[in-house]
Design a binder for this molecule. Sequence first.
Ligand code: ADP
Length: 299
Amino acid sequence: SVTVVGSLNEDVLVAVDRLPGRGQTVIARTATLAPGGKGANQAAAAGLLGPGVHMVGRVGDDPAGARQLAALAASRVNVGRVLRTAGVPTGSATIPVEDGTGENLIVVVPGANARLAPADVDVPSVRDARVLWLQLEVPLATVRAAAERATGTVVLTPAPPQPLPADLLDRVGLLVPNEHELVQLAGAQPADRSAAELVALARAVTPGSVVVTLGGRGALLVPRDGGPALLQEPPPVTAVDTTGAGDCFCGALAQALAAGAGQAGAVRYAVAAAALSTTGPGARGALPDDDAVRTGMSR
Ligand code: ADP
């Protein structure tokens, strides 16, 4: 089984001709609601790939919260441990997207996500999960508490990036940053880096295993204990929207690890799943099922 502890948001995608500058007002052409939040997106990807996925989080006692629960349930995620919190709104992300360029801005209101407390993660689905997947969009004290209670493999997506306390890193069996997050965690400057340089950064951040996602270049597995790194390239796809590719990657990696795959095999599966997720619009618009991923891997 896979348990995801993390954020649920309602994304408000706003189509604008030009992004507003400071102090400016612009009129949008359309606004579209979509289910989001890094935690919930990862859970949805995992749920569509296989059974046994649980989400732990908080939404408000509002229509947006009901929409997030319904969307996750439709992706075959067990939402029995997503608590509804009176008096705070469901988390949201307002995202103006500029026509033509696709450039965006993001304003996040944490809402109920900020209320997820250590006591909320003291539940069997956290303790007993084969794979417990965490991110940093809920309070750090809660992330630490979940990691402490887990008896299975603990995986952390360090997003948004922030310094990781040693006691948390000690509990994390696998860290899954994207390239930008890895650079931030290592305190390095942004630059074009070779695979060997990325391996050195990963080893500087943690002695544990790391999988660095590299966009269209695939993903780099840096195993613990100094074993040889492995770069897994994606199968050929026509990418139209890479929003949420990282979340799909994580959901797929979680399912493969929970099914008993080794790290290299799990990364191969996740790279194939994430590639397919880029072939349609939106964070959850083109999430593949298991058959599609296996077909993609054999191409
Ligand atoms: P994030 O979405 O967090 O920024 P990445 O951009 O690294 O993360 O993408 C996550 C994963 O999605 C990559 O490791 C890769 O497997 C897949 N992916 C992203 N962009 C593409 C692409 N253009 N073609 C194929 N696969 C992609």
